[in-house]
Design a protein around this ligand. Structure first.
Ligand code: NAP
Length: 259
């Protein structure tokens, strides 16, 4: 019998922030492995360009204009995905924003801007996907995978980034609680912790010589990560290959954290 644990044919995935960077790399992996994929983002032009790229893999692709910092938009978008694609097997809460300032200068407004997208929205996204998955389990079809894009800033000291780092650490606790709570329905919850990845979010750092020398020079793999470096982990956590893997945090940083 053929062993095809990474075949996602018939599965449906939602990727928030799937129109760019890490999320697009994840969405590409999922589509290439056979999944139907819905990507969410605020910017229609980025959504359209990403959807065009994803359609090349031949599965059903939907791009939704969603601002995840608005709870009602998250609720509405998840319902819309269900209506368009019929089910949701994997939900990746990946949308995120940076934005830091020295602690002594940081305003509550700056703090909330980051925490709303990176923490509150993950809660809303997970909750809405989980409501569908739990209901489906009750109807005799258990299973589902929730994945969040955290960051190594959850475990490293991240100066002038208290809000960002707090959200990325917060989602790790969210994942562990969710994993224990929803295991009875066959639903898994995990987190991915990227290191330094070349995406629009890190554009400024990519052209900063001192940063490249001191930080990227310390990455054992000796390079910036790319969005495509996250295709594999997305496929793994969406697939039956990870059916007993839950509550975990996987670091993908070219070895930066252990050097
Ligand atoms: P990116 O290319 O800038 O992608 C960010 C994505 O989030 C975009 O698709 C963006 O789409 C979406 N987004 C932002 N705010 C949103 C909102 N309010 N509503 C809906 N979508 C929103 O950056 P990235 O590096 O791939 O970031 C993806 C995730 O990885 C983030 O959670 C980030 O914190 C995390 N991360 C990145 C790195 C890194 O080095 N790059 C390291 C660790 C963790 P729109 O602009 O269309 O809204």
């Amino acid at each position: 019998m053929a062993f095809k644990p990474f075949d996602l044919t018939g599965k449906v995935a939602v990727v928030t922030g799937g129109n760019s960077g890490i999320g697009l790399g994840m969405a590409e992996g999922l589509a290439a492995a056979g999944a139907d994929v819905a990507i969410w983002g605020r910017k229609p032009d980025k959504n359209a360009e990403a959807a065009e790229k994803l359609k090349a893999y031949g599965t059903r692709i939907e791009a939704l204009e969603v601002d995840v910092s608005d709870e009602s938009e998250v609720v509405g978008a998840m319902a819309e995905c269900l209506s368009r694609l019929g089910r949701i097997d994997t939900c990746i809460a990946n949308a995120g924003v940076g934005g830091g300032a020295p602690l002594v200068d940081q305003t509550t407004e700056q703090w909330r801007k980051v925490t709303t997208v990176n923490l509150d929205a993950v809660f809303w996204t997970f909750r809405e996907a989980a409501r569908h998955m739990v209901e489906r389990a009750g109807a005799g079809d258990p299973g589902g995978s929730l994945l969040v894009t955290s960051s190594v800033s959850a475990i490293h000291g991240a100066p002038a980034n208290q809000a960002y780092a707090s959200t990325k650490a917060g989602v790790l606790a969210m994942v562990r609680g969710t994993a224990v709570e929803l295991a009875r329905y066959g639903i898994r919850a995990n987190a991915v912790l990227p290191g330094w990845i070349a995406t629009p979010m890190t554009e400024r750092l990519q052209s900063w010589d001192a940063f490249n020398e001191k930080a990227i020079g310390r990455v054992p793999m000796r390079r910036w990560g790319e969005g495509e470096d996250f295709s594999g982990i997305a496929v793994y956590f969406a697939s039956d290959a990870s059916r007993f893997h839950t509550g975990d945090s996987v670091v993908i940083d070219g070895g930066y954290s252990i050097f």
